[in-house]
Design a protein around this ligand. Structure first.
Ligand SMILES: C[S@@+](CC[C@H](N)C(=O)[O-])C[C@H]1O[C@@H](n2cnc3c(N)ncnc32)[C@H](O)[C@@H]1O
Length: 204
C-alpha cells in the first residue's frame, strides 16, 4: 500500500485505548506471547461503535485472552448490558476468564467454551452487536447465522476481512439482502496486520 507523505505512522502508533492499565498489560503480554488481539486502535473503534449503538446484548466469536471482550464489557457497562464470547481453545478460555475477572467484568462478560460454528446454532438470543474474530476461513460459513441472531438495526463487525483465507466473504456480506455493508480498508496501528480491513454490516 502506498503511504502518502503526510502520513505520520509513528505518531499514529502512539494513540491507545482509554489509558486503561489492565488493557495495557494485556497488550504487552500479547506482544510478548504473540497473541493476535485487536490492539488499541481497533479496540477504540470497537468501543465507539458499541457505545454509539447503545448495545446491551453483545456476542463475540473469538475471545483469545479476553482483550476485546473486556473492551465490549466496558462499552456496555453504562446500559447494564452483557457480553457473551466464544472460544474453542481451552487454555485461551481459562486465560480470558482470569483477565475478565481481574478487569472486574465477570458479572458482565461470559466466556462460552466451544466451536463458534456450533455454539451459534444453539444460541437463542437477539443481539444488538456481534463481533467476529475467529479463523477467517469460517467467516462465510457463520455469516447467515450471525444475521439471524442480530436484531433489526443491529451491527455486525468482522475483523481482518481482506485475508485471502476469508474467501468470498467480502462479496457475500456486501451482497447480502438483509444487510447494508461497508468494508473499510486502511492502516490500523498496533493491529495485526496493520494494513488490513474490517467490515461493518447494519441489519435492515
Ligand atoms: C484473533 S484471536 C481473537 C482476539 C480477540 N478478539 C481480541 O482481540 O482480544 C482469534 C481467537 O479465536 C479462536 N477461534 C478460532 N476459530 C474459532 C472457532 N471456530 N470457534 C471458537 N474460537 C475460535 C482462536 O483460538 C483465537 O483465540
Amino acid at each position: 500500500m502506498a503511504i502518502p507523505d503526510r502520513f505520520d505512522e509513528e505518531r499514529y502508533r502512539g494513540f491507545s485505548l482509554l489509558h486503561d492499565e489492565h488493557l495495557a498489560s494485556m497488550e504487552e503480554f500479547a506482544e510478548q506471547e504473540d497473541v493476535p488481539i485487536i490492539g488499541p486502535a481497533m479496540g477504540r473503534l470497537l468501543y465507539v461503535i458499541a457505545r454509539s449503538v447503545g448495545a446491551k446484548a453483545i456476542l463475540e466469536l473469538g475471545t483469545a485472552t479476553g482483550y476485546s471482550a473486556i473492551i465490549l464489557g466496558m462499552a456496555t457497562a453504562h446500559v447494564g448490558g452483557t457480553v457473551e464470547t466464544v472460544e474453542f481453545d481451552a487454555d485461551m478460555a481459562t486465560a480470558a476468564r482470569k483477565n475478565i475477572e481481574s478487569a472486574d467484568q465477570s458479572g458482565r462478560v461470559t466466556v462460552i467454551e466451544g466451536d463458534a460454528r456450533e455454539v451459534i446454532e444453539d444460541l437463542a438470543g437477539t443481539y444488538d452487536m456481534i463481533f467476529v474474530d475467529i479463523e477467517k476461513e469460517f467467516y462465510p460459513g457463520v455469516l447467515d447465522r450471525c444475521v439471524d441472531l442480530l436484531k433489526s438495526g443491529g451491527i455486525l463487525f468482522f475483523d481482518n476481512t481482506s485475508f485471502k483465507t476469508a474467501g468470498d466473504f467480502l462479496d457475500l456480506s456486501f451482497e447480502h439482502p438483509d444487510l447494508v455493508t461497508v468494508h473499510q480498508f486502511g492502516f490500523f496501528p498496533g493491529h495485526g496486520p496493520e494494513n488490513d480491513s474490517f467490515t461493518l454490516c447494519l441489519k435492515k
